[in-house]
Design a protein around this ligand. Structure first.
Ligand code: DC
Length: 230
């Protein structure tokens, strides 16, 4: 079967990573969580007190950042490493979530992340999720999926995820953070979240993970098999 690039874009917490992981497992593709890259950069900036309103500080800091995805057979997924430290879990903290959208608006940060994403897609056989993957990173991807889900459902999902790690978190905090990120992600000047003209829309508010996988696999099949010659 022909190996392709699959892009999945959409709001925060609308199920992009669940679908991306399902597809990667099913097709034996590499899964890249592009949001994790922006989160890891944010973590570095916070830890190292980088003033991200100053371009020189941003450019210098980016030179010291090395990001890598390494497959963990135990969790059965690729995990992100920041300068050789596994930060897959710490980047999900609300402290990082509160700043990441702002940092993802910075031109130099986006150029840095997109250059690495291009390299990762060179050999195809990749599923990448994010906000600008089908529009900016891989505009020629063979399959582009744009995911949506009702905002109340998204808040519940994110709350459940964060509550498991931090029982002090409130639903109001989660809702406010999601709304703020949605606003910044879709209104920023560079590469805002948009549905690519040729993207297929998948609303997963009322469908199960198995149903969404089934639907997406049908789309993959239509892109990877040649029509039979008579
Ligand atoms: O998918 P996520 O919630 O982990 O993404 C974290 C932030 O990174 C999100 O607020 C927007 C930003 N992001 C981006 O600007 N472009 C991407 N391709 C992926 C994420």
């Amino acid at each position: 079967m022909k190996r392709i690039i699959i892009t999945i874009d959409g709001w925060s917490s609308c199920g992009k990573s669940t679908l991306a992981k399902q597809l990667a497992r099913e097709l034996n593709y590499v899964y890249v969580d592009s949001g994790a890259m922006y989160r890891a950069i944010t973590l570095y900036f916070l830890r190292n007190h980088v003033d991200w309103t100053k371009t020189k500080q941003v450019v210098d800091a980016l030179k010291d950042i090395h990001l890598e995805f390494i497959y963990n057979p135990q969790s059965a997924q690729s995990e992100i490493y920041l300068n050789d430290e596994n930060v897959e879990y710490v980047i999900r903290d609300l402290v990082v979530a509160e700043k990441v959208s702002e940092i993802a608006t910075i031109k130099e940060v986006r150029e840095y992340a997109v250059a690495q994403q291009h390299k990762m897609g060179k050999r195809k056989g990749i599923v990448m999720d994010g906000r600008d993957i089908g529009t900016v990173v891989f505009p020629d991807a063979e399959l582009k999926i744009y995911m949506t889900a009702d905002s109340a459902v998204r808040v519940q999902r994110r709350f459940k995820e964060l509550f498991e790690k931090n029982p002090n978190i409130t639903i109001e905090e989660v809702k406010a953070n999601l709304e703020m990120r949605d606003y910044i992600d879709s209104n920023r000047e560079i590469s805002p979240l948009r549905k690519a003209d040729d993207a297929l829309e998948l609303d997963n508010t009322h469908i199960s993970p198995a149903q969404q996988l089934h639907k997406a696999l049908g789309w993959v099949l239509s892109r990877t098999t040649q029509p039979q010659k008579l």
